[in-house]
Design a protein around this ligand. Sequence first.
Ligand code: C2E
Ligand code: MG
Ligand code: MG
Length: 416
Amino acid sequence: MVFFTPNGGGMTLQDVTMQFALRECSTSLSTSAPRAGSTRGRLAVLDDEAMFCEFVGEAADLSGYEAFFTTRPEEFFRHIEGRPAAVIVLDLLMPGIDGMQALRRLAEEGVRANILLASGADSRTLDSAISLGRAQGLNMTGIIRKPIDLDALRQLLESQVDVVNPVSVPHLSAALSGDELTLHYQPIVDLRSGTAVGVEALVRWHHPTLGLVMPAAFVPVAEKGGLIGALTDWALAEAVKQAAAWRQAGIILKIAVNVSNASVPDPDLPERLERMCNEAGVPQSAIALELTESAATGDPARAMELFVRLRSKGFDLSIDDFGTGYSSLAPLQRLPFTSLKIDRSFVSSVLKSEASASIVLAIMSLTHALGLKCIAEGVESPEILAFLKNNGCDLAQGYHIAKPMPAAEIPAFCRV
Ligand code: C2E
Ligand code: MG
Ligand code: MG
């Protein structure tokens, strides 16, 4: 019995209850046959509601996973031991074993799958469970809220694993030395003046057969495959060239470039970047480097030295995705950052979640108390923009203001 179609949008679990009532739901393990187009790997579901298992299993199957699901914890653990899953969907509240016990067991077994928690619990309980899973080293990648919305479920499942990872190290290496990589730029506006004062440079790969490939698909490959230094250098050189071209056209924008943690140990980075700026006639203050909270955790002394050298040469330093790492607040005091970007997960939910609003306000006040500028990323609506403006945020970036765009479109955006 088919109870939804690939585009059967808006259907919820309740909608199919009647149909399921007519058939006996298996409570033991079921596995979907791998379909010809099954390309995302295995997805395992453990939930005490058989109907939920089957619903998720069907959606996973349609999204290209080979799904298996069960209501019995022991069966679940036996199964994933023999056949590791790429994605695990776990109920937070089950009789017999609760989700937290199951997470601990997954961590003890060194499971590397992406884990989605399913529950009707309130957001704070779910967020705490996600944090606890992360603290145990698990890849906690999302939440499936009950009752389920089919569209949201399929979107979430499809964002977990690429259909086929199109990227190999030699492939990316060739792209880096050819002309397939490009930077798109997303405007950053000053909330007081309402004008664009900067842009974030975001790498894109124009792949000859796959089309536009996003950084999530290849930055991790560059990090693991020893290409991250080359990618960082390429992005910095491109951004400096672009800054020079815009300045010649009278467009003065600070360009922020993402620097992966894997590039932090590179001791020559400050000098190389300074040379690039000098050769292009771009002041160092026109370039900001975005690093994440965990950039200083590998070798703190070395990271500190690099940051101080970059800062003393006049480059801006921004903490990206703030609020998502596990670091203490000490680096904020010790490291010479100039701005802090509030992670978009908090910003985009600021009007929906009281906890997110409190976090955003607390980060803004902390940032200002430390004399740093506060940038909110993930501004997806005029209401969020107004909230940030009314509460004194300095700068904002997000789809509501503008999506990342090719360099050629930036002058027109700045003129509006
Ligand atoms: P990031 O540095 O946090 O960049 C912001 C990401 O959020 C971008 O995704 C941007 O398109 C997206 N974004 C901006 N506003 C919104 C919004 O309102 N809603 C939503 N849903 N998303 C928004 P993108 O371009 O896919 O980049 C993803 C990540 O890839 C970046 O996160 C950054 O960590 C990494 N990355 C991008 N370019 C580079 C690069 O040149 N080098 C390195 N090392 N990493 C890069
Ligand atoms: Mg960034
Ligand atoms: Mg960010």
